[in-house]
Design a protein around this ligand. Sequence first.
Ligand SMILES: O=C(O)CCC(=O)C(=O)O
Length: 228
Amino acid sequence: MPHDGWPRRLPLGLNQPLLPLPGSPHRIRRPGLCLLHWPGWLDPAARQLLHGHLLGPSIAWQQPQVQVYGRLHAVPRLVCWYGDPGCSYRYSGLCHQPLAWTPPLQQLRSLLRDQLGWDFNSLLLNRYRSGADRMGWHADDEPELAADHPIASLSLGVARPLQFRPRPAGRRGPSPLSAGQPPLALELGDGDLLLMEPPSQAHWQHGLPSRRKIAAERINLTFRRIQT
Ligand SMILES: O=C(O)CCC(=O)C(=O)O
């Protein structure tokens, strides 16, 4: 029986290797930042299937609490962490143990490997229930993430802008490569794929600000490589 009604073979030949990539990506380059953006990368029918799967019973969404200045706060979104055995991930002071890949998520991982040539071994799901949910400024530069591996981000649902800014002067100091560069924003729509290539995470931060007027939901999937 297919998982959650997800067909064993995706319609539209989506589980076939689709080399070369359909369409050329938009390339966004700044000193220390290298992004590739494929608007509408995932076919509308596959988007709908995937969205249905992600809202179905097999995805155990959680709203963890994090400590900020000694007080507990629920993160302003829902999350879920998938990966190969051993791919645990610590961020915001929480250690996430990987859930086993569901068949659709495994299919997507394989599709990305076939199309991009990168083998991702883990996946963070973020669910923004409305425009009030958000993600603060950060870089995906935790020590367990392979720094020489890109991060692939697939968006579903309502379009929201992902913002980028040079790494600010913090504990590590400003990045000599990106300092003084203006911030930028990239509107990520339904089915868009974004590849954040190295060394972007070392020099830039990104974040998803709240958009109070947006009532609709958005789900984002970031495929990553944990060093094992
Ligand atoms: O929702 C997004 O597009 C951003 C997600 C993100 O920044 C992350 O997972 O680290």
